[in-house]
Design a protein around this ligand. Structure first.
Ligand SMILES: *[C@@H]1O[C@H](CO)[C@@H](O)[C@H](O)[C@H]1NC(C)=O
Ligand SMILES: *[C@@H]1O[C@H](CO)[C@@H](O)[C@H](O)[C@H]1NC(C)=O
Ligand SMILES: *[C@@H]1O[C@H](CO)[C@@H](O)[C@H](O)[C@H]1NC(C)=O
Ligand SMILES: *[C@@H]1O[C@H](CO)[C@@H](O)[C@H](O)[C@H]1NC(C)=O
Ligand SMILES: *[C@@H]1O[C@H](CO)[C@@H](O)[C@H](O)[C@H]1NC(C)=O
Length: 299
């Protein structure tokens, strides 16, 4: 029992390496450098050649950066990290095993484990979150001109080069959320940065304002662009106006001609009908006369 306690105490004593990393995800901007903090408590001064530091990808255990026997060990370094990592060698002696990662890629996002060995060993993992700001959204309206109230209008909002995927929101002039008739797509380029395209379809109304709002949740950034559809009714173009007037005049002439022809036809057919009626009446009368004649013969 006493022996077991001694072993536990010994374990407790050696576990005081106390490796520490940030608990919150470390946010890095795409293309920038980031320091992944990792610190440990050396119980006293030590010989650097007794220290080992390994930075690994937590999930795949692939090597990001190694240090032992008093120097960097990069033979096993995963390809994607070549020439992009370093430790702060002058600070290792004081318990700073932080990793400098240069030119951050989207693919770097994920968990990193910091292993430290000095007689005993300990480790801790942190999460790296990569972010990139979107360009200010740009909104185009189609069709651009000749709009009349009730016409279908497409508003297209685009923004580029962001990460992670953006939250897109359309609002009307009163700040109401528009979620119907919205189609949004986000496509990543070979670097992993997203292009966002969102199309809102509305019925044209005079002087209506729409805004496309974009939010990057990691950066806590929001940008927006508004467009106003103006002067719908007065936007009747001269060419279309004359064509319409011309067509209307033609149609009117046609209708008048048609009316005259119809009127004549109706008159003619009325005459015919009258004559037919008269003929029938004559027949009826003669029949009655005949029966009357027969009746008188009988009696
Ligand atoms: C890294 O550590 C330094 C010194 O303790 C601190 O000032 C800095 O905020 C830390 N950075 C992160 C991302 O935790
Ligand atoms: C480690 O040293 C680097 C370079 O001086 C510094 O930026 C970083 O904040 C240090 N990290 C800690 C945890 O002290
Ligand atoms: C550190 O360790 C190396 C190898 O064990 C040894 O050659 C060197 O003298 C040591 N240095 C100190 C300051 O103890
Ligand atoms: C890393 O740097 C070395 C020397 O400057 C160079 O030869 C090598 O091509 C670089 N590797 C990458 C992946 O950039
Ligand atoms: C609009 O949607 C956003 C995001 O979904 C939400 O935060 C906000 O409260 C909504 N606003 C209204 C007026 O519904």
């Amino acid at each position: 029992m006493a022996q077991l306690l001694a072993v536990l105490l010994a374990l407790g004593a050696v576990a005081t390496l106390n490796v520490q990393v940030p608990e919150q995800p470390v946010v890095a901007l795409f293309g920038q450098d980031v320091t992944l903090n990792c610190s440990f408590d050396p119980t006293g001064p030590f010989n650097l050649s007794d220290l080992s530091v390994f930075w690994q990808l937590t999930d795949t255990m692939r090597s990001v950066h190694g240090f032992w026997s008093g120097r960097n060990q990069l033979a096993e370094q995963a390809e994607g990290f070549a020439n992009r990592t370093s430790l702060f060698l002058s600070q290792l002696g004081s318990g700073n095993a932080s990793l400098l990662l240069r030119n951050v890629h989207i693919a770097d996002e994920g968990a990193f484990t910091c292993f430290v060995r000095l007689n005993t060993y300990s480790s801790a993992a942190l999460v790296l979150q990569v972010a990139a700001p979107y360009t200010k959204p740009h909104v185009t309206v189609t069709p651009e001109a000749n709009l009349r109230p009730g016409d279908e209008v497409s508003l297209t909002c685009v923004a580029y080069g962001g990460f992670p995927e953006a939250q897109v929101l359309w609002q009307d002039g009163d700040g109401r959320n528009l979620t119907d008739n919205v189609i949004t797509s986000q496509v990543a380029n070979e670097e992993g940065l997203f292009s966002m395209r969102s199309i809102l379809t509305v019925e044209a109304e005079p002087s209506s304002t729409y805004s496309c709002r974009l939010r990057n949740l990691v950066l806590g950034e929001e940008t927006h662009t508004s467009v106003t559809i103006i002067g719908l009714s007065s936007a009747f173009p001269p060419v279309a106006l004359w064509v319409t007037v011309g067509l209307a005049v033609c149609l009117l002439a046609l209708l008048i001609a048609l009316a005259i022809v119809c009127h004549r036809k109706i008159k003619e057919s009325c005459k015919e009908a009258d004559m037919a009626e008269e003929g029938k009446e004559l027949d009826e009368e003669s029949k009655t006369a005949m029966t009357q004649l027969k009746d008188t013969e009988k009696s």
